[in-house]
Design a protein. Structure first.
Length: 94
């Protein structure tokens, strides 16, 4: 019985590592999805200047150097944030 728990734990760890490795190779989809949501819901542009990474504990997307643009007719950024963390559940990534 204990061997089954060990096997299940190792399998779960390998799945998480595989997802993290795949995510690390291609993060453009996460930035594009966030930009599309900002434009759809707020009608504003969103820029992620310093990239995105996956945090494993707790599971989250970490966007760095985020700027939300002003509406037309205004200059500069409406809001800037050095880090934006979006918590995830494992089911969100499958």
């Amino acid at each position: 019985m204990q061997k089954i728990y060990i096997l299940a734990g190792v399998t779960g760890l390998l799945v998480i590592l595989a997802l993290a490795a795949g995510f690390g190779l291609s993060t453009g989809w996460a930035v594009k999805a966030l930009q599309d949501e900002a434009m759809t819901r707020l009608g504003r542009t969103l820029a992620v200047k310093d990239g995105v990474s996956l945090e494993l504990s707790p599971l989250a997307l970490r966007f760095e150097g985020v700027e939300l643009g002003n509406p037309e007719g205004f200059d500069g950024a409406f809001v800037t944030a050095p880090v934006l963390r979006i918590p995830l559940q494992l089911s969100d990534m499958l």
